[in-house]
Design a protein around this ligand. Structure first.
Ligand SMILES: *Cc1c(COP(=O)(O)O)cnc(C)c1O
Length: 402
């Protein structure tokens, strides 16, 4: 008998909640030797790992095992496992920061947990209790706390990963799974720092399509983009601008949500991003940008460096390459930027499309003023320097589990 017991209030957005992994049964085995922390100029995204990891296993007969925090080691996975053969891996990306009070904080972690649960469901992986997983993340951060960088713009990246470990080659859902959570100290995502990046619009290969998996953080979404990424990088661009449809709708930039800033005749600006139609990853940073834009326009807050009277008219709508070319030709295309946890905000300076480049005003200068306003404010909220809607949560205020 499967023990996928539902707990609490039953369903969360249609996802059934199950018992476990039970954070109150956590065993902590500390490493005998702690690694020296390499100097931060040697860190690139995700190349340095901390000392410990969380591990829990799901078995359809017994449910979730008691979770462990233990020294970080490779996993022992059979080559016939579901994740290796059929790509049943889903993950999250979030960060821990040290606040001015010296305490670690997380940024909107409930959104990451909900998204992980939805990704798991999309891949037909066993469900889990999101509060318990968050409690495990909290414990892991406490254990590896010395790895949280103290410099602004640096943080401890958290990678909760759920993999299908069903053994056997039948093409079927994985009823076994391993949850693994590990940490990596990070700084600026791009080697160029906050300098504007260049993107190449990809018109042949698509990242996501209606009914596909683009709206979920599942491993297979990324590997299918590596070939065009390599081609784009050979041509001197840093990332792909993903398009979809005969009308070449702009969808995402690399693994970032995209925003376009267009000047209006009345002096205000439109802040555009594609709607969440299933082909767009529902980014936490995307949602934060939209909310802050509304806050600035309503006068609830003033974003750094922007005139209080500037209205940022946020709109979720389709944007095509024809639109971009027209706005650029009319001198209305002010900024474009990518948004995601790893980069926060990255200005786009150049968009290659069909052998030509659309060059934006920030090209070569660095970050655009509107991108910078969001980047600065989001970072200040994440680092606990500015309060906004309870988005930044000190670890000790996370709901106590047992
Ligand atoms: C993770 C991700 C994003 C950004 O989401 P955040 O929650 O802001 O980190 C955007 N697009 C893709 C494809 C992603 O994988």
């Amino acid at each position: 008998m499967a023990v996928w017991k539902t707990v609490g209030n039953g369903t969360l957005d249609g996802i059934s909640r199950v018992a476990g992994p039970d954070a109150s049964k956590l065993t902590i085995i500390l490493s005998d030797t702690l690694k020296p922390i390499p100097p931060r100029h040697t860190w690139s995204f995700g190349n340095v790992m901390t000392d410990h990891m969380v591990l829990a296993e799901f078995d359809p007969k017994t449910g979730w095992s008691s979770p462990e925090i233990r020294p970080r080691t490779p996993l022992n996975i059979d080559p016939a496992s579901s994740c290796i053969q059929y790509g049943t891996t889903v993950f999250e990306g979030m960060k821990a920061y040290i606040g001015p009070d010296g305490e670690p904080r997380l940024f909107r972690p409930d959104m990451n947990m909900m998204r992980l649960a939805k990704s798991a469901e999309r891949m037909a992986l066993p469900p889990f209790d999101t509060d318990q997983v968050l409690a495990l993340i909290k414990q892991l951060i406490i254990v590896d706390r010395r790895w949280i960088p103290l410099f602004s713009g640096y943080s401890l990246y958290i990678r909760p990963t759920l993999i299908g470990t069903r053994l056997g080659l039948s093409v079927a859902p994985s009823d076994h799974a391993t949850l693994c959570i590990f940490l990596s100290p990070t700084g600026p995502y791009f080697r160029s720092g906050t300098k504007a990046i260049s993107v190449l619009a990809e018109s042949d290969i698509v990242r996501a399509w209606p009914g596909g998996t683009g709206g979920h953080k599942v491993a297979l979404n990324y590997s299918s983009g590596f070939l065009p990424l390599r081609t784009a990088q050979k041509q001197g661009y840093q990332q792909i601008l993903w398009l979809f449809g005969d009308d070449m709708k702009v969808t995402e930039a690399g693994a970032m949500n995209i925003f376009i800033v267009v000047r209006r005749d009345d002096g205000n600006v439109e802040l555009l991003t594609p709607p969440l139609d299933g082909t767009i990853l529902p980014g936490v940073t995307r949602d934060s940008v939209l909310d802050l834009a509304k806050g600035h326009t309503s006068g609830e807050t003033i974003l750094p460096g922007l005139l209080p009277t500037l209205r940022l008219l946020a709109q979720e709508r389709a944007i095509t390459m024809v639109d971009l070319r027209r706005w650029s030709a009319d001198g209305k295309l002010l900024e474009a930027f990518g948004a995601g946890t790893a980069v926060i905000i990255a200005s786009i300076g150049k968009i290659g499309y069909k052998g030509e480049d659309i060059t934006l005003p920030v090209h070569e200068i660095g970050i655009g003023p509107i991108a910078n306003a969001f980047r600065t404010r989001i970072l200040d909220i994440q680092e606990g320097k500015e309060a906004w809607r309870n988005w930044s949560i000190p670890l000790d205020e996370l709901q106590r589990v047992q």
